[in-house]
Design a binder for this molecule. Sequence first.
Ligand code: DAH
Length: 353
Amino acid sequence: MSEGTSELVDRLEAARRDAVDKISSAPGLAGLEEVRHQVFGRKAPLAQTRQGLRDLDESARKDFGRRLNEVQAELERAYEDRKAEFEARELEHRWERERVDVTLPGVASPVGSIHPLTRTMWEIIDIFIGLGYRVADGPEIELTSYLFDALNTPPEHPARSELDTYYVKGHLYEVALRTETSPIQIRTMEAQEPPVYVLCPGRVYRRETEDATHTAQFSQIEGLAVDEGITMGDLKGTLQHLARELFGRDLEVRLRPSFFPFTEPSAELDVLCFSCKGAGCRICKNEGWIELLGCGMVDPFLLDYVGYDSERYTGFAFGIGLERAAALAHDVRDIRAFYDNDVRFLAQFGGML
Ligand code: DAH
């Protein structure tokens, strides 16, 4: 071994020892990263001894080169081992810090439910879809020509009064928040030829003093059937089906004479009290019967108004108050509760459908 070679070997050994020492005494991952530069960097002793290679003759270069590579590999291994050790320790600390006791009871996320009014509306819609009806829609801000004139409501009718109806500013007696869903009857018939079988749910507005059974905004579902040969028997049969689906299979219904400008004859439909079966109780206010909706045979005035042949076609219509129906079905004594959005109230109506 020449003079130069042995000096290089000594330097390499010194560099190796120093590097092993540095790697094993690095205090943590950050310190080890520092050491990596000191040991493997371009100006590190290891790199410098490698530069000495070029001054050696060929056989010495070969020997020393191999030795250099061995040292390089040894140090890299030492470095990787140390790094893995730190990482394992860090992971262990993290597990300790973030430890979860899976045996503890969890915190359940609250699950929403379908609003009882929506649910009741869907139930009613389903019943009529089953009978072949389709759902129709109309505007909540309505022209009085549709809301009153087309519905045969006389000029002096109290419903037209500002005291009963919200008019749109600047359009008094011309444009109003609809007070009932009945104008959708006209809009539907104008848009299509008979036969018509539609159900029209929607919000309506009335100037009311609010109490347990009245709100200034509520919802109705309008029904309309126009075809050849429709009779009051069809009206009663259809509405009996509705009442029984909603309140109980065996319940009788009865029609009581009434008056609406757009039906002739007009009636109220009562259903036998589902709670006391006619004996009289709190729910039916000791009547034995519960008033469910207004209905009647479509007044030929409406059919003529929309250009239907009132000699050939007849029809029936009805309008049911959604809040009232839902309150009856669920024994809710104050319909304002439907709009308070108190989850303690809403949660009683169960989970998702
Ligand atoms: N629109 C009526 C109301 O708000 C309810 C009604 C009664 C609708 C008879 C109808 C009907 O279609 O034929 O009180």
